[in-house]
Design a protein around this ligand. Structure first.
Ligand SMILES: *[C@@H]1O[C@H](CO)[C@@H](O)[C@H](O)[C@H]1NC(C)=O
Ligand SMILES: *[C@@H]1O[C@H](CO)[C@@H](O)[C@H](O)[C@H]1NC(C)=O
Ligand SMILES: *[C@@H]1O[C@H](CO)[C@@H](O)[C@H](O)[C@H]1NC(C)=O
Length: 599
């Protein structure tokens, strides 16, 4: 990390970039006049202030990221799309991070102004510039940050998960930093939930053959599928990768883990003993701790075990890295750390060398877009666009609330959307259920972003749906048809058998669909890399173009939601792209042919 003092020395040496304090307009009044830049009327749904904790703010440490406005982000996004568009000259020419960083570097003036402000607040010793020079990082105590940001931090607890975070509902910045700083965290962003929604049945191993007759759909029509349960063997037949016999060890499959959800190796072994598809499968994974996370062998998380068990079973012998990202809860009691995990994770990945990056990344976490501050969502989405341009295919769960849960935003009735599902630089995976026919899963997430505009790669698919689907018109006022529409694709999302703490469970959620689709994508990426091609990187222009014909269109069932708020709310799965199941579910063998034919 570059220290603040060495930066000042560099700035002073390059005389043109550091304005003299006397002539700097910001300092004319001897002060940095500030205004509120972000303010929430209350914490997001599910969170409440935890008054029971006595916070010792003079001793509690916080690490704050002051993110600088990056230049030319629109131009970079255009480049990121071109790199991912088959037929474009630049297709597959993934970029090194230093090339990206040079393209989008913040103005020198932005760094200077932040540094001057911190100096005037007597905090320059605790500040440093981030390795990629896009943020100023401060490690200090909570009371000092409260004074700096005119903020009041409180402990908040989540009603169902019991997660605790330290956040403020409001913060201020000097007016002179407008246009120079676009985000300060941790402040107003509360975090993302694991998207595994329900445990529909918990049964001892001895009863594992007992069919769950009341599961949401019959799956026995497909070889390897029986008893209403989804297993890796069932998916292998349904998604046509059962006959893929190669023992591929090229590449790396990344699985994101947050919220102290740990993936347990002994549970993976137990799971594979019963459910491995291939006899030559690898049976393990590497755990990498990020941002103070830990790689423990106890306290299994359903979400983490689900992701790793299905990822492993599908990706066969391809190395898997489970990223155990810390940043939640450590501060309680010991008062040491309040890093915000998500941004820190993406920043960590961008810091990896090309050889260490995963080819595919599976993320089964998300939250309502309306509860994520715009500045936060925009920045995280910008980081995803960079990962895609580096060559990583990113799969994100569409959410488990259909068209919405509360369906009221700022007092207005509307369908609610999920983030990061709504980011146009990720591939969002919706849910299906049953096999005869495979249909939309009623709770699978789908909708239209209120923050991100519709990207060009989906404009023809989405316009076509808007002009031909007849059932959505009565709900037009509840969704923003100009926004980025999702999901892009879908996969099975109900009745997945997993092993947790040695016992079998069944789970539902787009958390099931995401590692499934991601596993298939990793098989494609490894096959391409093994034959000397680049990985697929950001997938969407390819999926909406050359690869559409290799997806199985889902045209029955619907997603629903907004119960008690908007009557009969939902989107139908229809022929072609739709906001229930996107372009459809994977057919590995067909996708492989197209992936290998794409330059
Ligand atoms: C993919 O699509 C592009 C653009 O339409 C086209 O130029 C290219 O030939 C296609 N490639 C394959 C393998 O279909
Ligand atoms: C399935 O659900 C129906 C209605 O909820 C119930 O009557 C039936 O007994 C259930 N069957 C089994 C096998 O649990
Ligand atoms: C609709 O989405 C666009 C982005 O495409 C956004 O700019 C606009 O503010 C949204 N409208 C509402 C009412 O949120």
């Amino acid at each position: 990390m570059v220290s603040f003092k060495s930066i000042l020395a560099v700035l002073a040496a390059s005389s043109s970039c550091l304005a003299s304090p006397l002539t700097n307009p910001a300092r004319r009044d001897g002060d940095f006049k500030s205004s509120v830049v972000e303010s929430l009327s209350g914490p997001p749904l599910g969170w409440a202030k935890d008054e029971s904790l006595k916070l010792n703010k003079e001793d509690m440490k916080i690490s704050l990221r002051i993110h600088l406005v990056q230049q030319d982000m629109d131009k970079f996004h255009e480049l990121a799309i071109n790199i991912a568009t088959p037929g474009h000259d630049l297709y597959g020419s993934h970029l090194s991070q230093h090339v990206i960083d040079a393209m989008i570097a913040p103005k020198d003036e932005s760094k200077d102004l932040v540094m001057q402000w911190l100096e005037s607040e007597g905090m320059s010793d605790e500040a440093s510039l981030s390795p990629r020079l896009d943020s100023v990082l401060i490690q200090t105590t909570v009371d000092k940050i409260e004074k700096l940001l005119k903020a009041e931090y409180s402990a908040f607890i989540h009603a169902t998960t019991g997660d605790e975070v330290l956040r403020t509902l409001e913060y201020s910045l000097p007016d002179v930093l407008k246009g120079h700083v676009d985000m300060v965290q941790p402040t107003t962003f509360f975090g993302l939930r694991a998207l595994k929604s329900t445990i529909s049945a918990v049964r001892p191993v001895s009863q594992k053959q007992q069919p769950d007759l009341n599961s949401t759909g019959p799956v026995s029509a497909v070889t390897g599928c029986s008893g209403g349960q989804i297993t890796p063997t069932c998916l292998a037949h349904l998604y046509n990768f059962a006959s893929s016999t190669s023992t591929q060890t090229t590449g790396k499959f990344g699985i994101a883990g947050f919220l102290e959800q740990y993936a347990i190796k002994s549970d993976l072994s137990t799971f594979l003993d019963s459910y491995a598809v291939f006899s030559n499968e690898d049976t393990s994974f590497t755990c990498t701790a990020v941002n103070g996370g830990s790689c423990t062998s106890s306290t299994a998380g359903d979400e983490a075990n689900l992701d790793v068990q299905y990822g492993r079973a599908i990706a066969k012998s391809i190395p898997i890295t489970f990223y155990s990202v810390g940043g939640l809860g450590e501060w309680v009691g010991s008062g040491t750390n309040t890093n915000e995990p998500y941004q820190e994770f993406l920043t960590y990945l961008l810091g990896l060398t090309d050889a260490n990056l995963p080819n595919t990344l599976s993320i089964s976490y998300g939250d309502d877009e309306a509860t994520v501050p715009n500045s936060y969502a925009t920045n995280a989405c910008n980081l995803f666009s960079q990962l895609g341009a580096r060559g990583v295919s990113i799969l994100v769960a569409a959410g488990d609330s259909g068209v919405g849960d509360t369906c009221t935003v700022d007092g207005t009735k509307q369908f609610t959307t999920a983030f990061p599902a709504s980011c146009p630089f990720v591939t969002t995976v919706g849910g299906t259920t049953g096999t005869s026919p495979e249909s939309a899963w009623t709770d699978g997430g789908g909708g239209f972003s209120n923050l991100f505009a519709r990207p060009s790669y989906q404009s023809s698919a989405v316009s076509s749906w808007l002009s031909t689907d007849t059932t959505h018109t009565s709900f037009s006022k509840y969704f923003n048809s100009s926004g980025r529409a999702y999901p892009d694709v879908a996969a099975q999302a109900t009745d997945f058998v997993i092993v947790v703490g040695g016992e079998e469970e069944e789970v539902d959620g787009t958390s099931c669909a995401t590692p499934t689709f991601a596993g298939v994508v990793q098989l494609l990426n490894s096959a391409r890399i093994a034959s000397g091609k680049a990985g697929l990187g950001f997938l969407n222009p390819w999926l909406y173009g050359n690869a559409t014909s290799a997806l199985t269109d889902i045209s029955s069932g619907k997603i629903t939601g907004c119960s008690g708020v908007i009557t009969s709310a939902g989107f139908d799965a229809v022929t072609g792209w739709d906001p229930a199941t996107g372009l459809g579910t994977p057919n590995y063998a067909k996708l492989l042919t197209i992936a290998q034919d794409t330059a």
